[in-house]
Design a binder for this molecule. Structure first.
Ligand SMILES: [Zn+2]
Length: 289
């Protein structure tokens, strides 16, 4: 009687035990497997980049050689900055390797010297800015327009005058403007201060150039309104798009008067981290939206 019970019992224990040992050996194989994800040559290159691919999700394996090359030329940059700048495209001359920008009609649309809008792109929902806050005929995308009017109103309550003196510009308007500058100063010079048609952030309908109605907008930095904007613009979703010490990242000379709407969340993050929208875009938006 007892014998009849013990034998099947031992058999079951053997089967379960064997099963567990087999399962564990499979697990161990899986643990050791990923080491062969990169070739020896790739792993050597990744070591030179402090294996940054494990720390940031915007690392792109296809650009490994570009990262290494850029790091050689910029030994003082952190590896994270190297990856960020190569992803922006800064290892190549402006207006080379250009692409049509994705996310048209979104507030996180990026326009710079590598990303352009189609010549027939006109943002949806363009609306005129209230005349109390703008020169006549100034338009912005609805959400940006409402935010700018709130900003202008709050500034007024605080005793400041902030007026939109340039906002949405069509492709053809920018084309005329740029061609005029090229005729005047030559292309090389014109490229330092004016965007080529399709590449102007003004075509997004999310940008205002401001003044205080008294001093020329190019001297906006000298005004008390500029100080107010530095402290408050992000609360309304606007950022200073081309800051003074970031010309090598934005590709544009410092423009104290040019503000870009990106929404309160992105504007606040950028404000607090002293970064540019180009950097924010490649780290948090590109490939994720
Ligand atoms: Zn501007």
């Amino acid at each position: 009687m007892k014998k009849n019970v013990i034998i099947p019992f031992l058999f079951i224990i053997l089967v379960i035990g064997g099963g567990i040992m087999f399962w564990r050996s499979q697990q161990n194989d899986q643990v050791t497997e990923p080491q062969s994800k990169y070739t020896k040559e790739e792993q050597e290159k990744l070591d030179l980049l402090d294996n940054i691919q494990e720390k940031i999700d915007y690392f792109q394996m296809d650009d490994l050689n570009r990262y290494l090359e850029y790091k050689k030329g910029h030994p003082n940059l952190s590896v994270q900055d190297v990856v960020t700048r190569v992803n922006i495209g800064l290892d190549q001359p402006y207006y080379t390797n250009t692409k049509e920008t994705p996310y048209l009609n979104q507030i996180y649309l990026l326009s710079n010297k590598y990303l352009y809008m189609p010549s027939d792109y006109v943002p949806e929902n363009l609306e005129s800015i209230a005349s109390s806050c703008a020169r006549s005929g100034m338009q912005l995308v609805q959400e940006a327009k409402e935010a700018f009017e709130e900003l202008c109103q709050k500034a007024k309550e605080d005793g400041y005058v902030i007026r939109a003196m340039s906002s949405y510009r069509s492709y053809s308007y920018q084309e005329d403007l740029y061609n005029r500058y090229v005729e005047q100063d030559g292309q090389e010079e014109a490229d330092t201060y004016s965007a080529r048609p399709g590449f102007s952030e003004h075509q997004t309908g999310l940008v205002v150039d401001v003044d205080n109605k008294q001093i020329d907008y190019t001297d906006f930095e000298q005004t008390k309104e500029f100080k107010w904007m530095q402290e408050n613009a992000h609360r309304f979703g606007f950022i200073l798009r081309y800051p003074k010490d970031k010309e090598d990242i934005t590709g544009y000379t410092y423009e104290a008067w040019h503000y870009r709407y990106v929404g309160v969340d992105i504007a606040t993050y950028i404000h607090e981290h002293h970064m540019t929208f180009d950097e924010y875009y490649v780290q948090f938006i590109e490939g994720k939206k």
